[in-house]
Design a protein around this ligand. Structure first.
Ligand code: ASP
Length: 288
């Protein structure tokens, strides 16, 4: 639905990096097919919903697809437990909410959504889990046989296999960003991912960004917040993203970014190959 006077809606999503792509074409194709389907569902949803509602809806679909390292199919930390992180940012109100190292729920993004309008908006660990259950979210085990066997084989290099994210621009011109991850895999228990920080997920009235890659590098580069600030100060989304990722070079930072601007710019850039993403831009889907 495009109505005169309203903005042209845009949606961009990512499925993170994936090391399997180098050796496993099937996995790459399966992820691309999943992204194609999900970007279409998300764009459809955006016709009747806000940017904020749409990023939650779309990230939930990504979390429920076990190909991706978020929600069901999240990677396992070195002590055998899955701890997930997710964040949501409403560009209009500038409210940021998130959960860090949350266990035992199906959709971490739903818990972040429940926190968005509360005075305490980022919760971690047991506190996040207790909050989720008090909100009526049921227990759920997000482990899949695939992730368990990867863990058991100690495939520590199964890094960067598919965090998810979504940025949306709605018909009113509002932006929102959401990101969800199972982390790097095999990390020290309770290591904190970038995904539920302003380095990994950020939006204002000018731009919205969701990141994937090595969380430590993304935090060092303050990636999402820096890109959004640069766009707010007048840079194009492309120039702001290029400059911010170039600043990771001195420490060989590993990051990938999807973004939208209020002007309607749609952009993706990564420092290393094999990030999967898709966009709905003027009705055209773009896939890497
Ligand atoms: N950024 C995530 C993390 O470091 C991992 C990823 O994007 O795949 O936790």
């Amino acid at each position: 639905m495009r109505t005169f006077g309203l903005k042209e809606m845009k949606l961009i999503i990512h499925g993170g990096f994936f090391s399997e792509s180098a050796t496993n074409k099937e996995v790459k194709l399966a992820k691309q097919a999943a992204l194609r389907e999900i970007v279409q569902s998300g764009y459809q949803y955006l016709q009747m919903h806000s940017a904020l509602e749409t990023v939650v809806f779309t990230v939930r679909l990504l979390e429920d697809n076990e190909l991706f390292n978020a929600g069901t199919g999240s990677q396992i930390q070195s002590d055998g437990k899955i701890r997930m992180s997710a964040a949501l940012m409403d560009g209009k109100s500038m409210a940021f909410s998130g959960v860090i190292n949350l266990e035992g729920v199906q959709n971490p993004i739903d818990v972040a959504e429940k926190l968005l309008h509360l005075p305490d908006r980022v919760l971690s660990g047991q506190g996040a889990q207790d909050f989720a259950y008090k909100q009526g979210i049921p227990y759920y085990n997000p482990e899949t046989p695939q992730r368990r066997s990867e863990y058991e084989q100690k495939l520590a290099n199964a890094l960067r296999t598919g965090t998810v994210g979504c940025v949306s621009l709605d018909a009113q011109g509002n932006l929102a960003a959401a990101t969800s991850t199972g982390g790097k895999g095999f990390e020290i228990p309770c290591r904190v991912s970038d995904s539920a920080t302003v380095a990994g997920n950020y939006a204002d009235t000018y731009a919205g960004i969701s990141c994937t890659g090595v969380g430590e590098d993304i935090v060092s580069g303050a990636v999402a917040a820096k890109i959004v600030t640069r766009v707010s100060d007048g840079m194009s989304l492309e120039a702001a993203t290029a400059k911010t990722l170039a600043e990771l070079k001195p420490f060989d930072g590993f990051a990938g970014v999807i973004g939208l601007s209020a002007k309607g710019e749609v952009y993706h850039l990564d420092t290393h190959p094999y990030m999967v993403w898709a966009a709905y831009d003027e009705g055209v889907e773009v896939f890497d």
